[in-house]
Ligand binder design. Structure first.
Ligand code: ADP
Ligand code: MG
Length: 680
């Protein structure tokens, strides 16, 4: 079969497309120049040699040096036929696939494609496939040795997301059985020791960065409102600094939208400024503005969440505005809840952010905090696995055939209590057997949905008939809000308009009412505007609902009949029965899990309503140290007991089933010896 091998020099000289092969792609000549200027380009033969010589190669290089876009192409040049490249977020998987397809002059989905949750853009011809790490974990369920790939690139490993960590462990196991597999671990920070220690004998390559000088400015006095401070900084840069785009960091979508609205409101004072928001849930059609160059004489300002820190490369940036904060997931094993908390970033993050200004030319970073604050930051944020809700991880590991998760080779072992709490939550949800901790039928059903175990549980519980309303409700949980709350005078009007949607049953039903009304007018722009509906989020909700519907449709029927409120909230409780809180005489609430004192968030329609029992979607911390519950619903105490009981009953039924099965196997001697050994 040697004739099919590419010529030896294919990797060093860009070869023209072979004459009679429609399958092969060829490099886009205009982009080739740009690619050749990237820091990784001169290292392509070293990279190929390292990959040839090692099962695992660790490659370290600054953000923007060309690792993600170029290295998979180098691998193809070296004779590797199919490569999967993991990304922590869908937006980066999609935009990178688009970019690389363009570089290789192939249609997206042909030689280069992507596969993210609910969206597959690949074909049998696909050689480079960008996948979210969640997707690759799903593939492991059906293809435990990832046999369809010759190489796996685990990208953005420095981010140390839970999924990357799990993939690192899984890949290490696979390597024991597959000597032909090539693994490439890529990281944007210099600490590669963790990876080379984990993969003994791995090759290591450093791509020297090509960073220009960056001037760092700190504020002299603290400010009270960072959004306001960022807007003033944007104004100053736009009026007093030479050309170059601005990248400004914000906590989340809500702040970004508030900032964007204010910038647009004052567009007269900011001539030729193009505003481009960027956050994980941003719909595809709005992403262009971030990546497209602006017309001559214009300046772009990208308002971004943390995702612009390392994983999305934006060209043209010479000014960075860093407010020193990020929203991070925080899981408290004791409370049994996951929350998003705004917290100071690490010094390493602050330096990454600053680095975004100096990629193409000297740049500036404006830190909206004092120099002393920078010195007070921790040097690195602990890995997510040390903080995350591990239930999804444990469920996926179990479903992937890892029986003893406590013995799994994690690159960094999560806290033992965290793993135990995850097992407990899965037992409570009926996904694991109480005694043996083995995956139950329910658990296996749940693992089929690539969703949070809580949501998966709700779907599995309502499996016979799932109503569209329930799917709407679950889709609504994916967004922080569907309302737009302006600042200033318009605020009162917005709240007034919102009143017609308000339900005494709480936020979920209020959101659902707004969604139904929005659908009734078919998402009319004028109506949405008048009612202060956040259209972008509404569209996203509908998008998620469609995706959920597809997921569910393969397992059960979806009914269009309107579901009564009690039924919806009872279904919701099947997953959220531990996120319940009881009113205390002093007006506070005590959570059922962990008995923690919490307050209803002021944004909730049940704020100040003294509802005796509530269920909630999430818990947010505040600077004052108080905990607030959001997405609050009024629930009947009997339902709470009912939900918990139903789960207990299912667990009992399951145990009985397993006992019967065991008894049968005992009589018939049908169990395989291998299984018995495992049990012992
Ligand atoms: P790394 O993985 O080392 O951070 P990348 O391979 O992602 O670097 O990016 C290398 C270069 O490719 C960027 O500097 C940019 O010029 C270009 N690039 C990457 N993604 C895109 C995109 N979606 N649109 C346009 N250019 C892009
Ligand atoms: Mg990259």
């Amino acid at each position: 079969n040697g004739a099919r091998q590419p010529p030896r020099d294919a990797k060093t000289t860009p070869s023209p497309p072979p004459p009679n092969s429609a399958k092969k792609s060829h490099d886009d000549p205009a982009l080739l120049k740009v690619r050749q200027a990237l820091p990784v380009w001169p290292f392509r033969s070293e990279i190929v040699a390292a990959v040839r010589g090692h099962a695992v190669t660790v490659i370290v290089g600054e953000t923007g040096s060309g690792k993600t876009t170029q290295i998979p192409q180098f691998l193809l040049g070296a004779g590797i036929k199919t490569v999967a490249v993991t990304q922590p977020r869908r937006i980066s998987a999609i935009s990178l696939a688009q970019r690389v397809a363009q570089e290789m002059s192939t249609k997206l989905g042909d030689r280069v494609g992507y596969s993210v949750r609910f969206d597959d853009m690949t074909s049998p011809n696909t050689a480079i496939k960008f996948v979210t790490d969640g997707m690759l974990l799903r593939e492991l369920l059906v293809d435990p040795l990832l046999g369809r790939y010759d190489a796996i690139v685990l990208d953005e490993a420095h981010e140390r997301s839970v999924r990357t960590d799990v993939l690192l462990g899984m890949v290490k196991q696979i390597l024991k059985q597959r000597t032909d597999l090539k693994v490439i671990v890529m990281s944007a920070t210099l600490e590669a020791g963790l990876f080379t220690n984990f993969f003994q004998g791995a090759g290591l390559l450093h791509i020297p960065g090509r960073l220009h000088e960056i001037r760092v400015f700190h504020t002299l006095a603290p400010h009270t409102d960072y959004v306001d401070a960022s807007l003033r900084t944007i104004y100053d840069i736009h009026h007093h600094q030479p050309p170059g785009d601005i990248l400004a960091f914000y906590n989340g979508q809500e702040d970004i939208e508030a900032a964007a609205a204010l910038l647009n409101e004052h567009s007269d004072a900011l001539p030729n400024l193009v505003v481009a928001p960027l956050y994980a849930n941003l719909p595809m059609q709005h992403q262009r503005a971030v990546f497209d160059p602006v017309p001559a004489g214009h300046r772009k300002v990208v308002l971004a969440t943390n995702i612009a820190e390392t994983s999305v490369t934006i060209t043209g940036v010479r000014y960075v505005i860093d407010h020193g904060l990020a929203k991070i997931k925080y899981f408290q094993p004791k409370v049994g809840l996951e929350s998003l908390v705004v917290a100071p970033i690490s010094q390493s993050s602050a330096m990454q952010r600053a680095g975004r200004a100096g990629r193409e030319a000297p740049g500036c970073v404006y830190r909206l905090y004092q120099e002393a604050d920078f010195l007070g930051l921790v040097s690195n944020t602990p890995a997510e696995i040390a903080r995350a809700n591990l239930a999804t991880v444990v469920l996926q590991l179990k479903a992937a055939g890892v029986d003893d998760v406590l013995q799994f080779e994690f690159i960094e072992r999560p806290a033992h209590e965290g793993l135990v709490a995850a097992h407990q939550q899965l037992v409570l949800l009926g996904a694991l057997d109480r005694q043996t901790r083995a995956l139950t039928t329910t658990g296996r059903d749940m693992a089929r949905y690539p969703l949070d175990p809580t949501i998966a549980r709700i779907l599995v519980a309502s499996e016979d008939v799932v109503s569209v309303d329930l799917l709407s409700l679950l889709a609504l949980l994916s967004q922080e809000t569907v309302f737009y709350t302006p600042t200033g005078d318009a605020r009162d009007e917005a709240l007034e308009k919102r009143r017609k949607f308000i339900s005494s049953d709480g936020d979920l039903i209020t959101w659902l009412n707004a969604l139904r009304a929005y659908e009734e007018v078919q998402g009319d722009d004028k109506w949405s505007h008048e009612h202060y509906i956040n259209m972008r989020n509404m569209r996203m909700v509908l998008n998620v609902r469609n995706q959920l519907r597809e997921q569910v449709a393969s397992q059960t029927t979806v009914s269009r009949r309107a579901a009564p409120v009690e039924q919806l909230l009872q279904c919701f409780l099947r997953g959220y029965f531990s996120s319940v809180a009881f009113l205390q005489p002093d007006g506070r609430y005590l959570t059922a899990a962990g008995r923690h004192a919490v307050y209803i968030h002021p944004s909730s329609v049940l704020f100040g309503k003294r509802v005796p029992v509530v269920a909630f979607v999430d818990l947010v911390g505040s600077e004052s140290g108080r905990w607030f519950i959001r997405g609050v619903s009024r629930v009947d105490p009997a339902w709470v007991a009912g939900a918990a009981q139903a789960v207990v009953q299912e667990a009992k039924d399951e145990a009985a089933k397993v006992r019967k099965q065991k008894a049968r196997e005992g009589v018939e001697g049908g169990a395989s010896p291998a299984k018995r050994v495992k049990v012992e």
